[in-house]
Design a protein around this ligand. Structure first.
Ligand SMILES: *Cc1c(COP(=O)(O)O)cnc(C)c1O
Length: 357
């Protein structure tokens, strides 16, 4: 089988071990003689997977008993609605750091008073807004910790006078989280923790039940906490692969080891972008994401863009075309991406520079 260097933004590269385990489970799940997609979700074998997966989350991210882990279908985009349904009483503030943040804000506007506290739209979201002050009369401040499209990242949990809610779709499991600050952390699995089809929510239990609105059963986090994410049929296969992906994270040495690995990959790639005369990074240096690395051809070399894409493709490098709203290139170097994948891209950039000297 031909292996390529996968830099897709999501769905994206997953650990080989998780993919191999998924194939096994599709054939014969836990020695049952059934596939993981044939077995009832009401069996003890499946319940054991649900329990273990929740436990892995709690262990890896040191989630305290004040919070519960929930797995649901619908994607992070459905999460935008869960946020507003379960937490927006009167007013909420959003940090507008990109298109996903804007979409989250739009959902909230349909259910209450919600506004952008600060925005970096003026420079195409190439930086994280600074110098804002969060008022204390809002129900929560919503942040998007990693801006997948623009390659910017909020690397520390901000200190504000209200609960934080964060979309961590594209940097969950890449750093420790200060849970005392958060009422909710949620996101799609398909960047750092598994395949598409499930989204995770880590909810502070005692923050629920305060809304006066009617919350439809399926959109009420309490339903899913009460039923262990099995109120209805859960997305069994994505959860199964998520379980295998988290086991891999644990075997790597957990979050601190992953964090070191990620720092080394990011340093290698940003180092080359800054050194190479043909390329230039698009995100403000201090806000550069460790997950999505965005860059373009340097001034005067714009015409070489398609040629570089072709050149990279010929070297088995896949998925580096930038999002249409930024252009150029984006290399997504999530947890499962190996240093050797990044090295292959860096080698390619160096060779391309020599060709055009
Ligand atoms: C990918 C992504 C989303 C959207 O996720 P879906 O599961 O496709 O709805 C939302 N927010 C961020 C930050 C993302 O990277």
């Amino acid at each position: 089988m031909k292996k390529v260097h996968v830099f897709n933004a999501g769905p994206c590269k997953l650990p080989q071990q998780a993919i191999d385990g998924a194939i096994e489970g599709l054939k014969d799940f836990a020695g049952t003689g059934m596939s993981v997609i044939e077995i009832s979700h009401r069996t003890k074998q499946w319940e054991a997977i649900m329990d273990e997966t929740r436990q892995l989350w709690k262990e890896l991210l040191e989630i305290p008993d004040t919070h519960e882990v929930v797995f649901l279908g619908g994607g992070a985009s459905m999460g935008f609605l869960y946020v507003a349904m379960n937490f927006l009483g009167k007013k909420a503030a959003y940090l507008e750091t990109g298109v996903w943040a804007k979409k989250a804000l739009k959902e909230a506007k349909g259910l209450g008073e919600a506004y952008a506290l600060a925005s970096s739209a003026d420079k195409n979201y190439s930086y994280i807004p600074k110098g804002w002050t969060c008022p204390s009369d809002v129900d929560y401040l919503h942040i998007t910790t990693n801006n997948t499209i623009y390659g910017t990242q909020i690397k520390e949990d901000p200190t504000v006078p209200v609960p934080l809610i964060a979309d961590m779709s594209s940097d969950i499991m890449s750093r420790p989280i200060d849970w005392s600050k958060y009422d909710l952390v949620y996101g799609g699995a398909q960047k750092n923790v598994g395949p598409a089809g499930v989204f995770f929510s880590i909810v502070r239990k005692d923050a629920l039940g305060k809304m006066s609105r009617y919350i439809p059963t399926m959109l009420d986090y309490r339903t899913h906490i009460d039923k262990g994410s099995m109120f209805n049929t859960p997305p069994v296969f994505p959860i199964y692969v998520m379980n295998l992906t988290l086991k891999w994270v644990k075997e790597q040495g957990g979050i601190s080891a992953i964090q070191k690995r990620n720092a080394a990959k990011a340093e290698l790639l940003y180092g080359e972008i800054d050194r190479n005369s043909l390329f230039v990074g698009t995100a403000a240096v201090e806000d550069r994401s460790q997950m999505n690395v965005c860059f373009v051809m340097s001034e005067g070399n714009e015409a070489l863009q398609d040629e570089f894409l072709e050149f990279a493709k010929a070297h088995d490098i896949v998925g580096i075309k930038g999002h249409r709203s930024v252009g150029g290139f984006r290399a997504s170097i999530y947890n499962a991406c190996e240093l050797e994948d990044v090295q292959a891209l860096v080698d390619c950039m160096q060779e391309f520079e020599k060709m055009h000297k």
